[in-house]
Design a protein around this ligand. Structure first.
Ligand code: ZN
Length: 151
């Protein structure tokens, strides 16, 4: 009982940090739930990861822009998309001023770089240092958080 209370309090404190509150697009939990599917909500608002090879966006190679499903902000250009073989849409770089990052220590013994939309705070995925040129970065994203708009 005590531990549960501690976790709830910690989560509430985390959600109330100024960084989170500073997002331009703010929605209540009920509003997010109403506009997103269960999977999208779990990924975007609770940092869940969709199943590998589950997103139809994996196979998209044509010119266009990937937007945030939470606020429609333009996030990634398909010119930076590459075949990573991981089963998740992967990019070498985001568009300017599109995303923010934070340290993610949810995996024991592993520090990952989490990335989210800088306009609405929705979780997108993680950034790794094993990507191809020119950046050497691999932005490993959840297709559930994205909408593709062909050029
Ligand atoms: Zn967004």
């Amino acid at each position: 009982m005590k531990r549960r209370h501690f976790l709830t309090t910690t989560l509430a404190a985390t959600l109330a940090t100024p960084a989170f509150a500073a997002f331009e697009v703010q929605r209540s939990k009920a509003e997010w739930k109403a506009m997103l599917s269960d999977l999208e909500y779990a990924v975007m608002r609770e940092e869940a990861t969709e199943e590998a090879f589950s997103s139809p966006l994996n196979d998209i190679t044509e010119p266009g822009i990937f937007h945030c499903k939470g606020c429609d902000q333009a996030l990634y250009d398909s010119a930076t998309k590459f075949k990573s073989g991981t089963g998740w849409p992967s990019f070498t770089a985001p568009l300017d001023n599109a995303i923010e990052t934070k340290e993610d220590r949810s995996f024991l013994f592993q520090v990952r770089t989490e990335c989210h939309c800088d306009r609405c705070g929705s979780h997108l995925g993680h950034i790794f240092d094993d990507g191809p040129p020119p950046t050497g970065k691999r932005h490993c994203l959840n297709g559930a958080a994205l909408v593709f708009r062909p050029a």
